[in-house]
Write a protein that binds this ligand. Structure first.
Ligand code: BG6
Ligand code: MG
Length: 214
């Protein structure tokens, strides 16, 4: 029986990938190389520092840890200049309706995100109060595909992993859910998220009935 739903944030509830892209691209330009939208795909679901490592790998640049931290902070300041201006109309189609339907059916809700900016985004979208638990990048030590983020979410909600459904747009996130013994709905395409129990193009395609049949 399903008692809880755990949501990834970026790419599931809101499309922040374009803000990440603008900020990483500006950094790459400063460093003297090009960073494309295709490159940006590789950063989805990946932590900030790992994203920087991938970016530097693309530019064929090596640098010391201290300098890397300075660049990651600069990128984050740029990224935050966008997300602190976000409005509730940027919530992806169907997300609010689905969350409301879940609450009406006594399903608990948690966030399971790699982002250290998750609370800022939830607040800007006026979604914070819907969540019974929030596990974000400030609370975990192991990145997806490790299941830590979702297992902590289940623990905070006081439910068993087998009673949870995870909603994820990144392959590493789907793997994390499965490694945690949870059901998973992929948000995207079956080519990328084929390991999930069900793949839909967005939360507008979800409802309580579909969830109950998982
Ligand atoms: C994930 C995004 O949700 O959060 C990644 O998909 C991002 O692209 C990661 O790198 C970390 O985000 P932040 O906000 O802590 O830099
Ligand atoms: Mg995501």
């Amino acid at each position: 029986m399903i008692k809880a739903c755990l949501f990834d944030l970026d790419g599931v509830i809101v499309d922040t990938a374009r803000y990440h892209f603008i900020a990483w691209k500006a950094l790459a330009e400063e460093l003297g190389f090009e960073f494309t939208e295709k490159d940006n795909e590789r950063l989805k679901g990946v932590s900030r520092m790992r994203s920087l490592d991938i970016l530097l790998e693309i530019g064929n640049i090596e640098m010391e840890q201290e300098k890397k931290e300075e660049l990651a902070t600069r990128k984050n300041d740029h990224y935050r200049s966008f997300i602190t201006q976000m409005k509730p109309d940027e919530i992806l189609p169907g997300a609010t309706e689905f969350i409301k339907e879940l609450k009406e059916n006594n399903i608990k809700i948690a966030l399971g995100s790699a982002s250290k900016n998750a609370m800022t985004i939830l607040d800007r979208l006026q979604l914070t109060d819907w969540f019974d638990a929030v596990v974000d990048g400030t609370k975990v030590s192991k990145a997806k595909p490790d299941p830590e983020v979702f297992l902590k979410g289940a623990e905070e909600l006081n439910v068993l992993p087998g009673e949870c459904v995870v909603f994820e747009d990144a392959e590493a996130g789907v793997e994390a859910a499965l490694a945690g013994g949870m059901k998973c709905v992929g948000i995207g395409t079956p080519e990328v998220l084929g390991k999930a129990h069900l793949v839909v193009s967005g939360l507008h395609e979800m409802n309580f009935d579909k969830l109950s049949k998982l």
